[in-house]
Design a protein around this ligand. Structure first.
Ligand code: HEC
Ligand code: HEC
Length: 446
């Protein structure tokens, strides 16, 4: 009973009704993990809502918007599901987005300036280039508002649509967990691998920040912030968090969707609750049980992939208030362990696209009028050559890998890792062909 902390905690839980008050469990201690997050591709709720409510929220996420609903003027797709669907709503997809920009005189990345409608207006403040527009149309037959890339914008990349399933658990991870992970990996690798934990604005709580964990650049910490950002920048639909249209050319509809309905929820609240209630991606149990995948799992840990692709994280306790005071973690998400295979930190693995986080695009046009606690513009700029460790849960559901979707096999994706990952990639290259293949077999089970 006195031999280890774990045994002591165990007996407290056995003999007193104080289990809930037990100290936080170390994710490193197998056998002492909190209950696992539910997994599955079954469209059922993880417990945040009942299944009927989850279906209603999914209906909003799946819904196609038209011009009469406020779609555009500039947009990328008509529904969230168009880009987040495989194999069920909330999964990833093959849809690639276009981001561009250029370097200023000081060598620092600058957002593009994109003239539309024959130069009548210039779109600024974002690196995203919308690939669709509602005009020209019947009402505006000569208003050509399609964005196209000017030759001056010579820094360019594609970014592929990511998985959202299980992201409610990611949002429920405490900042301190991510900061500790960064310190631990930096110490253990003698400074070779030091992920950046980036404080980002929580848009629904002006002035507050939290460690970013969503998007290829960790540009958001809150799923509500992300939903508001996506509704405007992907679909052109303004909302309470992002009230300003990207352009007013061809815009005739003042968005009906930004007003709360009878239940008090606006569309972005439904999207957010939908994502929060999704189950984590399930493993392929048959593949995971093969001798090769099991060997690959051990090698993945041994050669250092786990330093960044952290297999297990634990969420904060139920009731913990996060997102600048706007969100109390519900029981279904509190104190759960889950297996995302990511540290959610930003790393330079040599694949950086040179494009820094676009502040006004992601945090709203008033971004610079607000003083945000802990915000470092320098750190935001350093995101240009960094990317979030891609979470590997559900990686078997999409064949185009890495931020730009340009790596088509697991081997190619692994061999592209340089920079902070150089030592680990070398270890991979030094493995026998069979051992390299074992790691691939393991990835196929995730
Ligand atoms: C045109 C495709 C497209 C549409 C439409 C779209 N998304 Fe996304 N989504 C993306 C891409 C691409 C990313 C990665 C963004 C990045 O970091 O550049 C992403 C990332 C996200 C993330 C972050 C997930 C994570 O773990 O990093 C959330 C949350 C999200 N989208 C929610 C939504 C919601 C809600 C809608 C509907 C309002 C929506 N998206 C519509 C393409 C799309
Ligand atoms: C220094 C941190 C780090 C290490 C070490 C590391 N990775 Fe990664 N990994 C990343 C980052 C960052 C990305 C995203 C890079 C990009 O999109 O350009 C990534 C992406 C990937 C992807 C693509 C996933 C997707 O959804 O597209 C795979 C597969 C992968 N890593 C496997 C591995 C394996 C296997 C190892 C060990 C041999 C490894 N990684 C070691 C940080 C790391």
């Amino acid at each position: 009973m006195k031999t280890s902390m774990g045994v002591t905690v165990f007996s407290v839980c056995l003999f007193a009704a104080a289990c809930a008050a037990a100290p936080p469990v170390n994710p490193g201690g197998p056998g002492h993990l909190p209950p696992p997050a539910p997994t599955g591709f079954d469209n059922a709720s993880n417990g945040v809502t009942d299944d009927a409510t989850h279906q209603v929220d999914q209906g909003k996420f799946d819904e196609f918007e038209e011009i009469s609903d406020g779609l555009g003027p500039l947009y990328n797709a008509q529904s969230c599901r168009e880009c987040h669907q495989n194999p069920v709503s909330g999964g990833p997809s093959q849809v690639l987005e276009l981001r561009v920009g250029h370097k200023g005189h000081d060598g620092v990345f600058e957002n593009p300036e994109i003239p539309i409608n024959g130069g009548a207006e210039v779109i600024k403040g974002r690196s995203l280039v919308n690939q669709r527009a509602i005009g020209p149309n019947g009402a505006f037959p000569t208003t050509d508002i399609q964005e196209r890339v000017p030759d001056s914008e010579n820094i360019r990349t594609f970014r592929i649509s990511v998985n959202l399933l299980g992201d409610g658990f990611v949002e429920a991870v405490d900042d301190s967990t991510l900061i500790e992970l960064s310190k631990k990996q930096c110490k253990e690798t003698h400074g070779r691998i030091c992920g950046l934990a980036l404080y980002v604005p929580v848009v629904e709580s002006p002035g507050t920040t939290r460690i970013g964990r969503f998007g290829w650049k960790d540009q958001h910490a809150s799923l509500l912030s992300f939903a508001g950002d996506a509704y405007l920048n992907e679909m052109g639909i303004t909302n309470a968090l992002f009230p300003d249209e990207v352009t007013n050319l061809c815009n005739t509809v003042s968005e009906p969707n930004n007003k709360p309905e009878a239940d008090g929820l606006a569309d972005i609240d439904h999207f957010t609750r939908f994502v929060r209630a999704t189950k984590a991606p399930a493993r392929d149990a048959r593949q995971a049980a093969t001798p090769a995948a099991r060997k690959g799992e051990a090698l993945f840990a041994r050669i250092g992939c786990e330093t960044c692709h952290a297999p297990t994280l634990v969420t904060a306790a139920t009731g913990t208030v996060v997102n600048g005071g706007k969100y109390a973690i519900p029981e279904a998400l509190g104190n759960k362990s889950f297996h995302p295979y990511s540290d959610y930190l930003l790393h330079d693995v040599g694949t950086g696209d040179g494009i820094a986080i676009a502040m006004e695009e992601h945090y709203g046009k008033k971004m610079y009028q607000i003083k945000w606690k802990n915000l470092s513009l320098e750190n935001h700029r350093s995101s240009a050559y960094k990317l979030r460790t891609a979470p590997l849960w559900g990686v078997r559901t999409h064949p185009m890998l890495m931020h730009d979707g340009a790596s088509l096999t697991f081997r190619e994706a692994i061999l592209r890792h340089r920079g902070e990952a150089s030592d680990v990639t070398r270890h991979f290259e030094q493995l026998s062909q069979a051992d390299q293949q074992a790691i691939v077999e393991f990835l196929k089970s995730l």
